[in-house]
Design a protein around this ligand. Sequence first.
Ligand code: PBG
Length: 329
Amino acid sequence: MITGNYPNLRLRRSRKNDWSRRLVQENSLSSSDFILPIFLIDGKNIKQSIKTMPDVYRYTIDKLGIIVDRAIKSKIPMVALFPYTNKTKKNEIGSEALNEDNLVCKAIRYIKKRYKNEIGIMCDVALDPYTSHGHDGLIKSGYVLNDETIEVLINQSLLQAEIGCDILAPSDMMDGRIGKIRKALDKEGHEMVQLLSYAVKYASSFYGPFRDAVGSKGLLKGDKKNYQMDFRNSNEAIREVALDIKEGADMVMVKPGMPYLDIIKTVKDNFKIPVLAYQVSGEYSLLSNSIKKGLIDKNSVLESLIAFKRAGANAIVSYYADRIEDLIK
Ligand code: PBG
């Protein structure tokens, strides 16, 4: 594949000027590549900072306009909603997940009423924001039950679809949930609601700040290794994706992002379907804090995001999404 030799060939020729570098660039970013996560909190008139995530906030429903307006103005196609649930509303079985007036449901109603179809809404399907033990499903003797959890996830999915969620994103890693949720959605007339499967989700230390953001940090008993993937594995990721596609996933997510670029590429090379990357909270906080401390400059953000495109991701969930226009400039 080498097309010449030095000194006839000088790759630095195309790098000499900015216009030339732009001319031969292989990958680029635009706001259409992004999904913006939004954290929700109970109460009124609050935009609350999150200790572990600089410049990221929790919003009460009446303040959602601030951030959704910004997302729409920057032409971001979709927001992802995550609730900070008060301890008093959490229990062993995460029943708040099925409350039609929980924070996520309220936010879906608010956004759909105010913005119609100007922006898509994605919601996680998992119980961890709502359980007193911080796990994604129902627990028996320390083990997260698979089939019993799916039954609850089906109801959580139907509720969120009913209220107007556009894309359901099961992030729980139970076996077989995509097929069962798809079937239930179709049966109830929600055949146009999309499923974005967190097909490849590793048991990762990079989720720490997110757990702080949704208030499950101190609560988590043990770890999530009996359902999320072992970070030593990659073939297993292909099996997870293959199963979820068969079960009806429209898109798949790889998560975390930057330490798993090889997985994004493998998935994209093997399956020609939309692959999304999640630049998770730990990645965000590492970058943001290092930039704030002056250890690295802010272009590191753009560099980290382009890496996802290079690896083959169609879109990126990132806490930088609402600031991406400035970064690209
Ligand atoms: C919950 C969920 C998690 C994240 C998104 N959905 C955390 C977890 O599995 O513990 C993490 C996102 C982030 O770290 O930014 N199922």
